[in-house]
Design a protein around this ligand. Structure first.
Ligand SMILES: [Zn+2]
Ligand SMILES: [Zn+2]
Length: 129
């Protein structure tokens, strides 16, 4: 990532702790980890997480909403800092998230897709009766 861009972000958002690491991540409440050679877009996505200030979720639906909000924020930041929005990269990221979600909701006993109640617990329509 461009050093000037990084410094600019750091000085624009002094309340967010921005540190270098092995992979992009947002650590609530205000730490963003960036990969030195990673794409700026993914960095801005993690910044989005830090800026929307919502990181509490019980269900995967809530989590998906937060992901969408972070991408929305990332798009705003992209136009602000003139970073190109790579739609393909965003799709890839969302796809891997959806795959992961699909895996996670699969019932380990029968393979059906389970649903989550507001307390966060998964229920299988076939096995949990
Ligand atoms: Zn995210
Ligand atoms: Zn089942």
């Amino acid at each position: 990532m461009d050093a000037t861009f990084l410094e600019k972000i750091k000085s624009d958002y002094p309340s967010i702790r921005i540190i270098r690491g092995k992979r992009f991540a947002f650590r609530p409440p205000r730490t963003v980890v960036y990969e030195e050679d990673g794409p700026s877009l993914l960095f801005l996505h993690e910044m989005g997480h830090a800026l929307i200030g919502r990181f509490d979720f019980r269900t995967e639906v809530e989590r998906l909403k937060i992901e969408a909000l972070a991408w929305e924020k990332a798009r705003e930041l992209c136009s602000l800092y003139r970073v190109e929005v790579d739609e393909e990269l965003i799709e890839t990221e969302l796809d891997s998230y959806r795959d992961w979600l699909h895996q996670k909701s699969r019932c380990p006993d029968c393979g059906l897709t389970r649903f989550q109640t507001p307390d966060g617990a998964f229920h299988c329509p076939r096995c949990d009766v």
